[in-house]
Design a protein around this ligand. Structure first.
Ligand SMILES: Nc1ncnc2c1ncn2[C@@H]1O[C@H](COP(=O)(O)OP(=O)(O)OP(=O)(O)O)[C@@H](O)[C@H]1O
Length: 209
């Protein structure tokens, strides 16, 4: 049984058909790499897949149920990492993660949050307002959600490597492989080569005028 599938998906922006007749399916332990040049519609597709936008045509099913109907289960099982990091700039890293855990019913202790931030290379920055962190540090804070929501079966990641340094990229790649080997699924876009030692399916969006 597919975890997530899309049938006959189409997206139109400003009278331009970005894509149409897109079909895909992803199961547990599978990695789907959405590729395409700037403006091809990768972000638009991912936003449709997580329910932030409606497709012009087509349906998306999570565990064979339309994502609107499966909404509660789908939200429980999903982590979406988009262009916007979803961090409050006036809160520090710990406060942001605590707030996110509360919203997502993730139980964690204060010491676990400190330990996680240490593993993400953010020792000493836990109490600094996010607005004062570098771009890569901010992204590391946002990526902590992948470590926190252990129950998430599906990750949808839009350009997650952006602004990360070599160590940050390695951390994320290793975490992705761990997630896949534990039965998780990942849909990802990236302009960098994925370079993860794991079988990968591709969905290529052609840029259309
Ligand atoms: N809210 C919007 N209103 C109108 N047009 C939009 C909107 N969002 C995106 N577009 C257009 O849709 C097209 C695809 O954008 P999208 O962000 O999905 O591309 P992408 O493949 O993710 O690009 P990139 O690789 O640059 O991130 C672009 O031409 C963009 O101008």
């Amino acid at each position: 049984m597919a975890l997530l599938s899309g049938q006959n998906l189409a997206c139109v922006k400003q009278d331009r058909i970005l894509f149409e007749n897109i079909n895909f399916s992803i199961d547990s332990s599978e990695l789907l790499y959405v590729r395409g040049q700037n403006g091809a519609g990768k972000t638009s597709l991912l936003r449709i897949l997580v329910g932030l936008a409606d497709p012009a045509e087509g349906t998306i099913e999570y565990k064979q149920q339309n994502i609107q109907q499966a909404n509660e289960l789908y939200c429980q099982d999903l982590v979406y990492f988009g262009h916007k990091l979803g961090l409050s700039l006036n809160l520090n890293a710990i406060e942001n993660l605590r707030f996110w855990c509360q919203l997502n019913q993730v139980t964690t202790s204060e010491s676990e949050l400190y330990e996680l931030l240490a593993n993400l290379g953010l020792v000493g920055l836990e109490d600094v307002m996010v607005s004062q962190l570098s771009a890569g540090q901010q992204r590391r804070v946002a990526l902590a959600r992948l470590w926190l929501k252990a129950s998430a079966k599906l990750w949808i990641l839009d350009e997650p490597f952006t602004a990360l340094d070599v160590q940050g990229i390695a951390l994320l790649r290793n975490k992705m492989i761990q997630h896949l080997s534990e039965g998780g699924a990942i849909i990802i876009t990236s302009h960098q080569t994925l370079d993860v030692d794991y079988p990968t399916s591709e969905l290529v969006l052609e840029y259309r005028i």
